[in-house]
Design a protein around this ligand. Structure first.
Ligand code: T4K
Length: 369
């Protein structure tokens, strides 16, 4: 019998019947979008759940990134990582901002603070780091540089829902943090995203910008965009939030099994070491090194032949795509650590619904059975 495909992720979905009352409420109110009751309730519940002051919901994470840059009036050059999903630096290009790529740290796979200063020029206005795979950036070191050079920090926290440091939510770092609630994320609203704002004034500006720049019926203060989350997505988020702790627990179990089973495998490095934070296990990257019997791509193909669809997040590097590749900071010599990571990485299937049996299929393929 052919085996069932196992994808890198599969969204958590609550029982369909549980969603019906939410739909009935929307049908009764006839409020479908523009900051209706579901939208307001989800913003409030996410503040509580995440332990943050202000959440502005968006239709997706990319629009939230674009709006975060507009809200802080970022221009000129922004220092960012090449080791991310392409939306990170695309958001800069949407504003005509020049991305300046800086290499990553081999342990965290995030922007290496030790290399940031050398990339700062008189045109630099901000740093846009990514908490890649939900692994926290070195926020203290980054903030110190930002303070010294008077730069803003916008975290692309698309992977970092629920990640907590001993001092509280990771999402409170920097000037703004941006989340994605895409179907492939730990917490999903089908499509969706959010900006975490530190104060009411910033949240209000973001709210204006995501609604075309409207302040009231007759006042438009900026060329804003339509970035609003609809009521149906917000309603789904409210339902998802009831199940999030269980979903995170299942991810923890899956990650623990991978760590145990793959720990001693020659040529496989598990990059995300514990670093005192509460992880969300959003991804499970492995690094396929030279002493593994197969190349990374050969292992990727082998898994595919067994109906297991691991993904090479993040290969190619953003800096390798045609719209970035000609930039001086995109040169390979500038990005040796990111280049190696992109050549070795394979993200294994991890999601709440991954059965032990299916997880074993993945493990067996890697350890050589
Ligand atoms: N910043 C960072 C660091 C990001 O990673 C992302 C998005 C963003 C910003 C932008 O946020 P959004 O604007 O997307 O909210 C996926 C996602 O589309 C993207 O959201 C995500 N990062 C990126 C890392 O991954 P693809 O092209 O790899 O997705 P796709 O369609 O190949 O899906 C992967 C697997 O997931 C499929 O093989 C099957 C499964 N799947 C997927 C979908 C869409 C499902 O089971 N159900 C689904 O509905 O980009």
């Amino acid at each position: 019998m052919p085996t069932k495909p196992i994808y890198v992720t599969e969204p958590y979905l609550p029982p369909l019947a549980d969603f019906v009352p939410y739909l009935e409420a929307i049908w009764a109110s006839k409020m479908l979008t523009n900051g209706g009751p579901m939208h307001q309730k989800l913003e409030a519940e996410l503040c509580d759940y995440l332990g943050v002051e202000h959440v502005a919901l968006f239709a997706n994470g990319t629009l939230a990134l674009v709006t975060a840059l507009q809200a802080l009036r970022i221009a000129g050059e922004v220092i960012t990582t090449p080791y991310s999903f392409v939306a990170t630096s695309h958001s800069l290009l949407w504003h005509g901002i020049k991305p300046v790529f800086v290499d990553i740290d081999p342990e965290t796979l995030n922007l290496d603070p030790a290399r940031i200063e050398a990339a700062i020029t008189p045109h630099t206005t901000a740093i846009m780091p990514v908490h890649c795979y939900g692994q926290p950036c070195d926020i203290a070191a980054i903030q110190k540089i930002a303070d010294n050079y008077n730069l803003r920090v916008i975290y692309d926290a698309a992977h970092a829902f629920g990640v907590t440091l001993p001092s509280g939510s990771l999402l409170r770092s920097g000037d703004l943090s941006v989340l994605s609630f895409h179907a492939t994320k730990v917490f999903n609203t089908f499509e969706g995203g959010a900006i975490i704002c530190p104060d009411a004034k910033t949240k209000q500006r973001v709210d204006h910008l995501k609604n075309f720049g409207f302040v009231d019926e007759v006042t438009v203060v900026a060329p804003g965009i339509n970035g609003k989350m609809s009521e149906i997505n917000a309603a789904f988020g409210l339902l998802q939030l009831q199940h999030i702790d269980g979903a995170l627990e299942r991810r923890r179990e899956v990650a623990a099994i991978y760590r145990e089973e793959l720990a001693g495998v020659k040529g496989i490095r598990l990059p995300l070491a514990a670093s005192g934070h509460l992880s969300n296990n959003a991804y499970f990257p492995i690094m396929v090194q030279a002493d593994y019997p197969l190349s990374r791509d050969a292992l990727y193909e082998k898994l595919g032949s067994r109906n297991i669809f691991a993904r090479r997040y993040f290969y190619p590097l953003i800096s390798d795509f045609p719209m970035y590749r000609g930039m001086p900071s995109a040169a390979l010599e500038n990005l040796p650590v990111a280049t190696t990571a992109a050549a070795q990485v394979l993200c294994l299937p991890i999601f709440p619904g991954l059965t032990r049996e299916n997880q074993q299929r993945v493990i067996d393929a890697i350890i050589g059975h």
